[in-house]
Design a protein. Structure first.
Length: 463
């Protein structure tokens, strides 16, 4: 989902939908209606799991460009109030993951407000595999250019004993936070507690920082996938499949927004999950339970158990999965369309234009990943003369969803084949084009070739 050599975060903003208030006539002359807009976020920043070690809340120095991305977003959107949400994957039980998700959220919050006391608690109080004592100090020293604790102590004018005691840790935390949390000019960037939704009025951070356990997964694996992973002693593939679920999200609300922490439905980051469960959809447990097929929040919209969080995140580009989209554009005769002007629409707020290359290929980065996109195209001169794109085609991105017939139809459609109610003629045309026996039957060899040809077209791996 994120390349550690590239970036481990997503930032975006959007316009909250207008809600028309319903005013009811008063019955007394002195009475009046008070109308207010619903509390909905208008921007977001997501830090992905790649910036944490597995089962850890310590933020690696590689997150530096991601914090710069957040600083730019926060300033560009009018310095809006923030709220931090930590999320875990379904590996482990709910209680363990509630604590881990909260620790990750607290770790980010502490970096933003420079609260070294929070980090000291995270360091001194391990949680299962999340043990800062074994991993944090060497990473911080390395990021600051020191090969040892003694070297850091000497540079900071501290007593040199080579031990990372409380006084040394506090100085180390401060220097590390200033080094990693910067803006794009490399200047240290920080927020105040009053820059958060609860304005820092609650001692436990209610409304400002919380952990959502594993209750709001972006991806729910299928039951068969879960069974296969459970039987394998190597958990690498399982952890990789769950990577999108391990994240910290900062939601930004319209400037001037604030809440009464006593009325905020989410529990504090260090509290249990009872208040989380009170906000579940009626089918909340079913939503996060593996079923017959893999489900993604971006396409299915039914994987978040918490209705409160679901309402806030539903329009967020940070929670709607994004991908690098590689396509090869074909004409009606299935010949690749080279050097044509195109417009890609992946949603009302994600429309972009470009030109295909000499092989008819296009590459778009960080595209919202819905079930399908709309592609419009034409020769540059035609587009300029008409003022529009004369040709349109839908491209299915959920080509692995559905039964065999549905998956076959989507792949054939994406390759430029015209589909009729009867699939046999189209399969025969595909078989003819690919040197297979022409039977019109989607046998094993045909399906294998279709998958290989189609998926290579979408990844650029095969001409």
């Amino acid at each position: 989902m994120s390349d550690p050599d590239d970036h481990g975060s997503v930032a975006g903003s959007w316009r909250p939908p207008r809600r028309l208030p319903l005013a009811v006539a008063t019955t007394e002359a002195a009475a009046r209606n008070t109308l207010r807009d619903p509390l909905l976020p208008m921007a977001c920043w997501r830090l992905d799991d790649v910036r944490f070690a597995f089962d850890s809340s310590f933020v690696s120095p590689a997150a530096k460009p991601d914090f710069a991305r957040f600083a730019a977003l926060w300033r560009r959107t009018g310095q809006p109030p923030a709220s931090v949400f930590g999320h875990a994957d379904p590996v482990g039980d709910d209680g363990y993951n509630k604590v881990l998700a909260g620790r990750r959220a607290l770790s980010i919050y502490a970096m933003l407000v420079r609260d070294t006391a929070i980090w000291e608690q995270l360091y001194a109080q391990p949680h299962g595999g999340d043990d800062w004592r074994t991993q944090a100090v060497p990473q911080m020293l390395g990021a600051l250019g020191h090969g040892s604790v003694a070297s850091f102590q000497s540079a900071e004018g501290l007593a040199v004993d080579g031990a990372a005691g409380p006084i040394t840790r506090r100085a180390l935390f401060e220097r590390y936070m200033d080094a990693v949390v910067t803006d794009d000019t490399q200047a240290p960037f920080r927020l105040e507690r009053t820059d958060f939704l609860g304005r820092g009025t609650d001692e436990g951070g209610k409304g400002d920082v919380q952990g959502c356990s594993e209750f709001n997964p972006l991806r729910v694996l299928s039951a068969s996938e879960e069974q296969s992973f459970a039987q394998s002693p190597d958990k690498t593939a399982r952890n990789e499949a769950n990577l999108p679920n391990r994240r910290v999200l900062v939601l930004l609300f319209p400037p001037g927004s604030s809440i009464d922490p006593a009325r905020w439905p989410c529990p504090r980051a260090r509290e249990g999950d009872a208040e989380c469960r009170a906000q579940f959809w009626p089918d909340g447990e079913l939503r996060r339970t593996p079923g017959a097929t893999r489900r993604e929040y971006a396409t299915h919209k039914d994987t978040f158990a918490c209705r409160f969080y679901d309402a806030m995140a539903r329009r967020s580009p940070c929670e709607l999965l994004r991908t690098t989209l590689r396509l090869r554009l074909h004409g009606s005769d299935r010949v690749p369309l080279a050097n044509v002007r195109y417009q890609l629409e992946a949603g009302a707020h994600d429309i972009r234009e470009g030109d295909t290359d000499a092989d008819g290929r296009l590459v778009e980065l960080d595209v919202l990943a819905p079930s399908r996109v709309t592609l419009r195209w034409g020769l540059p001169d035609d587009v300029a003369w008409l003022g529009r794109f004369p040709y349109t085609r839908r491209i299915y991105l959920d080509y692995d969803v559905g039964d065999d017939d549905a998956r076959t139809r989507k792949r054939l459609h994406n390759l430029g084949y015209d589909l009729a109610e009867e699939l046999a003629p189209t399969i025969a045309a595909f078989q003819r084009d690919h040197g297979l026996p022409v039977t019109g039957v989607n046998d094993g060899a045909t399906m294998a070739e279709l998958v290989a040809a189609h998926d290579a077209e979408l990844t650029g791996g095969r001409a």
